[in-house]
Design a protein around this ligand. Sequence first.
Ligand SMILES: *[C@@H]1O[C@H](CO)[C@@H](O)[C@H](O)[C@H]1NC(C)=O
Ligand SMILES: *[C@@H]1O[C@H](CO)[C@@H](O)[C@H](O)[C@H]1NC(C)=O
Ligand SMILES: *[C@@H]1O[C@H](CO)[C@@H](O)[C@H](O)[C@H]1NC(C)=O
Ligand SMILES: *[C@@H]1O[C@H](CO)[C@@H](O)[C@H](O)[C@H]1NC(C)=O
Length: 340
Amino acid sequence: MSKVKLNTVTMVVTLLLLAETCAQISKKKSTSSKPVRAQCCDDVRALKVQVANMTSLLEELSRKQDTDLKNVARQIMELDKQSQQQDARVTEAESKYSEINNRVEIMQLQTVQSAPKTSSEALYDCASLYNKNYRISGEYKLPKDEFLGVPELSVFCDMKTNGGGWTLIQRRKIGIVSFNRDWKQYKNGFGSVRGDFWLGNDHIFRLARQPSVLRIELEDWEGETRYAQYGFFTLGNELNSYKLFIANYSGNAGDSLHYHNNTNFSTNNQDNDKCLDHCASLRKGGYWYNCCTDSNLNGVFYRHGEHTKNLDGITWYKWHGSLYSLKRVEMKIRPAGFHS
Ligand SMILES: *[C@@H]1O[C@H](CO)[C@@H](O)[C@H](O)[C@H]1NC(C)=O
Ligand SMILES: *[C@@H]1O[C@H](CO)[C@@H](O)[C@H](O)[C@H]1NC(C)=O
Ligand SMILES: *[C@@H]1O[C@H](CO)[C@@H](O)[C@H](O)[C@H]1NC(C)=O
Ligand SMILES: *[C@@H]1O[C@H](CO)[C@@H](O)[C@H](O)[C@H]1NC(C)=O
């Protein structure tokens, strides 16, 4: 379209120049021969008509281009609307999915609660449930223990992976729950154990007082999965800012937690990192920020297509670098001596 327009402009300019030249010639020759002048003036007139012709053609073309532009703009807006509707549909599907999931898991939970309990057998974590022959992955309610001062706690148990007995401490999969939260929320936990959640630093600290193994499972947007496992995992208490200790890495995701070893926990309102920057604000999560990240598992959940553009996503440097936000994460622990 623009090429046509350009050509037309060139033609018009040429014609104008021709007309100008012709007019000059006719002026010069005005005294000598009349027929030449008359012919020349006719030529000029014809040229002028053609110029007028071209001008109107140009106007028509530019009008057409305007409507074309408007049409394109309308199409873009339409596409935008469609993608928004698609997003809404995805969200709706996700909440339906977790609802169905909930119902299934509530049934499992009821089975557990109707089972007889003896006070001597403390249900301390998913490993002790496993040892009492609960072998279905799902939500379980650990009863409160007044002697230990432990409140009732909903947990999600993975009874399948690598022998089972895992208590989940974190999950990212749906992306609706925000992980940009303050110290108190990270202390007590948030989200739903059947969806996206953080179990809570106090609970994690308590569960990991016995020698524990940490397993981190990751999935990317191509559906590939990797894991990182630490044979030793423990946290400091709140007075020690829930400082992280890990050791004895194994797995195929690469060790992107090593950099966070021996660092305090930080949140958007408590900066305990080893950096001048406020990492929790920059990376928008609560985590054991160093200066700042080699992994950011409590970062921002970005959807497919948006997942490679930001440093504050759910990242694991050794697998996908610092700009790739993962699709799914689970962090889970079990006692070091666990045997299934
Ligand atoms: C363009 O010029 C031709 C004569 O050369 C004429 O017949 C025609 O009507 C003109 N068109 C316009 C749009 O002026
Ligand atoms: C790591 O593993 C080695 C070999 O199994 C073991 O000797 C060591 O105690 C482990 N380290 C920790 C901190 O658990
Ligand atoms: C970690 O926190 C503890 C206590 O909260 C503090 O004494 C220590 O200096 C902190 N370490 C770093 C590296 O900030
Ligand atoms: C973490 O630091 C401790 C020392 O505090 C060390 O023993 C351990 O090997 C470190 N873990 C990793 C994964 O480097």
